[in-house]
Ligand binder design. Structure first.
Ligand code: URA
Length: 210
């Protein structure tokens, strides 16, 4: 599959299994999601460019690598994308953060944008688009359509779980956008939930189901 970057670290996969378990309560869910997000952030930042600069350690002058580019912009898709923010903002403290809110209009089966607040001047930055669940792929595609208008250096889609179907739809529409994820699950159910999945990520994070 094109431009798919799977996190294969055993500890990250163990933590994903904890997220899948229905007994995991919201307080633990968010904590574990933050832990897993560090692994995703490490993977997503693997291609950031470095430049050598001269520094002085307490012992000698030397050259050391520093990030050459501006920090990537972080864009969570509301609401579940917010679950990635703590870890990403810890590792990338200078990253501007924008938000995109989308919902699915059931009758027309279209994606409607209800909120958009993007940082100014994204041309010189990469964008990490954050959404834990890539189910049908429709909202991820709509979010990338919208972000491409800002002409960022690159868009990288960061995800916990993708469905096989959603991933192939996403790749078909945006073959230039790498996807970083932990697992590609085999199916969607009739309500477009990922199976086996982990349920509604927003509800699991924010405790909005009983
Ligand atoms: N969104 C979710 O939160 N979970 C799914 O399984 C699919 C979409």
């Amino acid at each position: 599959m094109k431009d798919l970057h799977l996190v294969k670290n055993p500890l990250a996969l163990h933590k994903l299994s904890l997220l899948r378990k229905k007994e995991t309560p919201p307080s633990e869910f968010q904590r574990i999601m933050t832990e897993v997000s560090y692994f995703l952030c490490v993977k997503a930042t693997e291609n950031l460019l470095l430049e050598e600069k001269e520094i002085e350690t307490p012992l000698v002058k030397t050259k050391a690598p520093f990030l050459k580019e501006l920090s990537p912009v972080l864009i969570p898709i509301l609401r579940a994308g917010n679950g990635f923010l703590e870890a990403f903002r810890t590792l990338l403290p200078n990253s501007p953060v924008g938000f995109i809110g989308l919902y699915r209009e059931e009758k027309a089966k279209t994606i409607v944008e209800y909120y958009k607040k993007l940082p100014e001047k994204m041309e010189k930055r990469r964008v990490f688009l954050l959404d834990p669940m890539l189910a049908t792929g429709k909202s991820a595609v709509a979010a990338v359509d919208l972000l491409k208008k800002e002409k960022p250096l690159e868009i990288i889609f960061v995800n916990l779980l993708a469905s096989r179907e959603g991933l192939s739809y996403f790749h078909e529409k945006h073959p230039d956008v790498p996807v970083v994820t932990l697992s590609v699950d085999p199916k969607l159910d009739e309500k477009a939930y990922i199976v086996p999945g982990l349920g509604d990520a927003g509800d699991r994070i924010f405790g909005t189901t009983p």
